[in-house]
Write a protein of this length. Structure first.
Length: 324
């Protein structure tokens, strides 16, 4: 697939808490990467996890992103040609993609429980969290599968991962080469409770929404070869990727939604000027010589991937004092 001359980037927040400075860092870079090239931005609410997602957080993140100075051309509040832009409303679309993969013989049911996977892998985590799936259910007979279903066992759906290497050039991290067998093996496309998995939803949405440029944190890098494999199997082209360094707290820990004092909502309530936030983030990204106030639009002329640091960036106490 040949990409159009102007990129289409995306902001894809999950409504599981208030947006913090680490989210703002990644979203600002994604926005600048597209807007600096005259491209479009779409906003997609990734709320496929029904246990953690909340409508009030979804409403808050739209408000907080706009307060920060970011905008988008298409999204849940603005509409667009490729909606709905809320993943919880796209279930039939994911079902269609999953059916295509199933009919091509590319999937199989897996009856392994998390406890069984931990025991088999002798590791504290399972599947997306790090331990490779050992392929226990890959070759079950039709009779065995039917017997398990009749006994009431629930199954997730896994992809039969291709053995060919996945290669791409990352705008920040350079050439990347992966074997899916080394990235967790056959991964889940739908959980045993029926909830579609992140990998499938994101890959399908990026393709159908016309996303050509994905900018996100380097912690998501292991997901990228999985999504590229799915896009290829479904007959779609892959977007370009840029996995940016993470924003860390003063102790060197990754920022998370537990850092409530660093949420945009909390900073906003303290009267912080949003231009001070984007100015600081632009400075940490190597776009300006000082952390002076600047809107996202004012940072656009300076945006260049070559300026971005290649290592994670620590947010020092002095930086935070400068915001107030």
């Amino acid at each position: 697939m040949q990409h159009p001359p102007f990129p289409c980037g995306r902001l894809a927040p999950s409504p599981t808490g208030y947006i913090h400075l680490g989210n703002a860092w990644a979203f600002l870079l994604a926005w600048l990467a597209a807007r600096s090239q005259g491209g479009q931005i779409l906003l997609r609410i990734e709320d496929i996890d029904p246990q953690r997602s909340r409508p009030d957080y979804a409403a808050a993140l739209l408000e907080d992103l706009r307060w920060l100075g970011l905008d988008w051309d298409h999204g849940p509040d603005t509409g667009g040609p490729c909606g709905p832009y809320v993943q919880s409303q796209r279930g039939k679309i994911y079902d269609t993609a999953l059916t295509r993969l199933e009919q091509s013989g590319l999937t199989y049911p897996c009856f392994c429980t998390r406890k069984e996977l931990r025991q088999l892998a002798a590791a504290p985590h399972v599947d997306d969290a790090g331990a490779p799936y050992p392929g226990t259910c890959r070759h079950l007979s039709h009779e065995h599968i039917q017997g398990m279903l009749r006994s009431g066992r629930k199954a997730c759906v896994r992809l039969r991962c291709p053995k060919t290497p996945i290669s791409f050039i990352d705008a920040v991290m350079g050439p990347q080469n992966f074997l899916l067998s080394q990235c967790g093996g056959d991964f889940a496309l739908r959980r045993s409770d029926g909830v579609v998995a992140y990998q499938l939803a994101v890959a399908v949405d990026d393709a159908l929404m016309g996303v050509t440029q994905v900018v996100r944190g380097r912690d998501i890098l292991p997901s990228t070869p999985r999504q590229i494999a799915l896009l290829d199997l479904l007959g779609y082209g892959a977007p370009s990727y840029a996995h940016v360094p993470l924003l860390l707290d003063a102790e060197g820990e990754r920022l998370a939604k537990r850092h409530n004092s660093l949420s945009l909502r909390c900073l906003r309530e303290q009267g912080v000027d949003p231009r001070r936030i984007t100015g600081l983030l632009g400075h940490l990204a190597g776009l300006t010589f000082s952390a002076q106030s600047a809107s996202p639009a004012e940072l656009m002329p300076a945006f260049d991937w070559s300026r971005l640091p290649r290592q994670d960036v620590r947010l020092e106490s002095s930086h935070l004092r400068g915001l107030l």
